[in-house]
Design a protein around this ligand. Structure first.
Ligand code: SF4
Length: 348
């Protein structure tokens, strides 16, 4: 596969062009074409010489995502895409319209190897890492769609298929590129990286002192329950994970978001809420309580709305900053990996 132009940070593009005898400002011109004017073909970059355009077209690619399916929720306008990549692999991307702006959820891997029991993305295991360009292009594609309405992508979550810290270099290069003031200009504070809890990756990210939010999938208040739902817990238990979260906060000043998916009769009673409150008492954080998504291939039941509220109330009573995450796209295949699994099974 050719490398994508979307895979280069601005300084890397400067280097690439310098090595071909081009002046530095050419890189900024190209950034302008791809991120500000959002052209889909190198031939449209009319302030570049014909020979440079020919070279770029020959050696690199620009668009590589092909839209296979698009589902739009009639409830709230959530738009979910299934994209085919240049090698035929498929990934999902979602635009979620909120009152504060449009949030885009990107995938970072084709499939996932983490094996979380409540997730459809991991059903077929990990096929491959996405390249930086493939992650960036998901956002650019969504921005192009929003351009027609005069709107912009205001925030990005790395929360689709895949574990971003298992594809560390591509995920962090992606963040550098979409936050570049010469590019899409999405603020670091408007980016959330969601991890299953890869402890060494959290330390590495903390040391880079980015201004992004770290969302940690906790989903349990003890190791036994967490290991049953999330095999990663056998490698990095809750104590080591919370230590890494403390470190992240100390290095970045950004409070942690803990994700807690409620599963009926598994982790949803009030004693679980009390244990959770005790566990995270010393971590500056916010808890996002999520009603677990229904995945036909899994046998997990949703907690009732009343019990969800009681769980959150108990956390709040104990001084935890907790809210229920608003569900988006309830009438479409909203669970992560579900659209891709349906496509693979011939149901879309
Ligand atoms: S929840 Fe995230 S890390 Fe876990 S299997 Fe699904 S995609 Fe992978």
């Amino acid at each position: 596969m050719k490398t994508s132009l979307y895979g280069y940070r601005l300084n890397e593009l400067v280097e690439l062009l310098s090595s071909r005898g081009e002046p530095k400002y050419r890189a900024k011109q190209i950034f302008d074409w791809i991120y500000k004017r959002r052209v889909t073909d190198v031939s449209e970059m009319t302030n570049l010489s014909k020979s440079l355009r020919d070279q770029l077209q020959h050696d690199l690619m620009l668009t590589s995502l092909h839209e296979v399916t698009r589902q739009v929720s009639s409830f709230d306008g959530t738009t979910k895409f299934l994209f085919a990549l240049a090698d035929g692999a498929t990934i999902e991307t979602v635009i979620m319209p909120h009152d504060y702006g449009n949030s885009v959820c990107v995938s970072t891997q084709v499939g996932c190897k983490m094996g979380c029991k409540f997730c459809a993305s991991t059903l077929g295991g990990l096929a491959r890492n996405l390249t930086t360009g493939e992650i960036v292009e998901q956002v650019v594609h969504c921005q192009r769609l929003l351009d027609a309405k005069g709107e912009r992508v205001s925030s990005v979550v790395l929360m689709g298929s895949g574990e971003p810290l298992d594809n560390y270099n591509a995920a962090t290069a992606f963040i550098d590129i979409i936050t570049d003031p010469e590019g899409l200009q999405i603020g670091q504070r408007h980016i959330t990286l969601s991890t299953v809890g890869i402890v060494p990756g959290i330390y590495k990210l903390a040391d880079e002192k980015r201004g992004i939010t770290l969302a940690v999938s906790l989903h349990a208040s003890n190791d036994e329950s967490r290991s049953r739902m999330m095999p990663v817990n056998k490698a990095y238990d809750i104590a080591s994970l919370l230590e890494a979260c403390h470190y992240y906060y100390n290095q970045t000043g950004r409070r942690i978001t803990f994700e807690y998916a409620l599963i009926k009769d598994h982790n949803d009673n009030l004693s679980d809420a009390r244990k959770l409150a005790h566990l995270i008492a010393t971590v500056p954080c916010h808890v996002n309580v999520i009603p677990v998504n229904y995945v036909p291939e899994r046998e997990l039941k949703r907690t009732s709305i009343e019990q969800i509220q009681a769980f959150v109330n108990e956390l709040q009573r104990l001084g935890v900053n907790a809210t229920v995450r608003r569900e988006m796209g309830g009438d479409i295949s909203a669970a992560c990996g579900q659209l891709r699994a349906e496509h693979a099974n011939g149901r879309t």
